[in-house]
Design a protein around this ligand. Structure first.
Ligand code: ACO
Length: 386
């Protein structure tokens, strides 16, 4: 047994997976061998989900059946919607509200008591529960946002795509093609990313043979932190702060560096060059800005990136990650800033479920060790004598 300590499990191999591979040296991401660029531009989120969950890209017939099954699960029980409203009234943060509501969903799943190993097909159990969770998360999020605005929830429309239906439930109006395609692309880009912190959290939970509701609820908790999914919101808040104060973006970034602050949207544990998802979203932001005529966020992000490039950050392996551009893209779709991380969860839930299904198929309880640095022995003193 090795006593080598790897803080943050950096670089430690803990499992085999066929799902996604991140090459951080060249900036390449594949899902089951397919380049993320090809999937983002050519496949819908539903196709990507099918690929991750079932192992191959679907035929037209397989996709139609899969999409219909997913769409049929979108409605959420009234009790859950009541809870979502209560959480919104209490001013709960969106990721925390999503975590609570997702956990509650299991009470209304007729198969939630199925143990992962009950019917001998653990992957199928995970996918069945996962399909319900994936279909319902957008309904929860849209209802939460509408409740905060004092609006009633909009019932899902099974005729719309996963991406289109979310935007419809959020705004009450069917989205135009560009908005739907842009949002669908963002979902595809965030669907999976190796053993990131939230995926690993879901896997650790799954490795105890707990159900997928527990795994996804844990994943949401892990994703909510500012070192992980919370960074896209931080980026947008920076851009807004720059805009509100009419400060030069370069002056802002210089001050932040002088204060020793980290620049949100830069740096990554695995990528040492620009994240390929950031490249795709940057291009999307450019298109959206040019067609709307509002280039503010594009100008700010470009100025910050150029300045940090001149300062040699990318040479040190600190380059833009996906969060540097996703916020600006969501803003152009009219999505509120604190919904960015929940949207990330809405997409990544597909990856968490795929990893739990894959891992449970050849399960080994995940149980590492800590090096004990406490006292050798301590004499116990009863409470009244302390
Ligand atoms: N701005 C400035 N310096 C940075 C940044 C940054 N965003 N990120 C890393 N560095 C520096 C660190 O200060 C450190 O410098 P030092 O060696 O002189 O002390 C060096 O780079 C290495 O940093 P670590 O924290 O050891 O790298 P780690 O692999 O743990 O960090 C992380 C990865 C957490 C993402 C980090 O880059 C960060 O905090 N970035 C900002 C938050 C962010 O954008 N998160 C989103 C990640 S992508 C995602 O989750 C979808």
């Amino acid at each position: 047994m090795s006593d080598e300590l790897k803080r943050g499990l950096e670089g430690v191999l803990v499992a085999e997976s066929e799902l996604s591979h991140v090459d951080g040296e060249v900036g390449k991401l594949v899902y089951r061998g397919y380049d993320i660029e090809d999937l983002a531009r050519g496949a819908s989120y539903e196709e990507v989900l099918y690929l991750l969950w079932h192992g191959s890209l679907p035929t037209r017939g397989e996709l139609d059946a899969f999409t219909a099954d997913l769409a049929a699960e979108r409605a959420v029980d009234d009790d859950v919607l009541d809870t979502v409203r209560t959480l919104a009234d209490a001013g709960e943060r969106p990721m925390a509200a999503l975590r609570t509501a997702t956990s509650m969903l299991s009470a209304y799943d007729p198969d939630s008591a199925d143990d992962a190993d009950d019917d001998g097909d653990v992957a199928e159990t995970a996918r069945r529960q996962g399909r319900r969770i994936t279909a319902k998360i957008p309904t929860i999020l849209a209802a939460f946002q509408r409740a905060r605005q004092g609006d009633d929830p909009v019932a899902p429309d099974p005729e719309l795509s996963h991406a289109g239906n979310f935007l419809y439930m959020l705004t009450g109006a069917e989205p135009d093609d560009v908005s739907e395609e842009t949002f669908d692309m963002a979902l595809t880009l965030h669907a999976d990313h190796g053993l990131n912190a939230s995926t690993f959290t879901a896997m650790v939970i799954g490795s105890t043979m707990a159900d997928v509701y527990s795994g996804v609820t844990g994943g949401i908790g892990a994703l909510s932190g500012s070192l992980h999914g919370g960074a896209n919101q931080d980026v947008m808040e920076v851009l807004q702060e720059i805009d509100d104060s009419e400060k030069d973006p370069v002056a802002w970034v210089k001050d932040a560096r002088e204060d020793g602050r980290r620049i949100p949207g830069f740096g990554h544990r695995v990528y040492k060059v620009k994240d390929p998802r950031a490249r795709i979203l940057e291009e999307k932001l450019r298109d959206l800005s040019e067609s709307s005529g509002d280039t503010t966020w594009l100008e700010y992000t470009t100025a910050i990136e150029e300045y940090l490039t001149e300062q040699g950050l990318p040479e040190k392996g600190i380059a833009p990650n996906v969060d540097f551009y996703s916020g600006s893209v969501y803003d152009s779709l009219g999505i509120p800033v604190d919904m960015y991380t929940p949207i990330f969860a809405m997409s990544r839930a597909g990856g968490w479920i795929a990893h739990v299904a894959e891992y449970q198929t050849d399960n080994r309880l995940i149980r590492p060790r800590a090096r004990y640095t406490g006292p050798e022995s301590a004499e116990f003193v009863p409470i009244d004598d302390r």
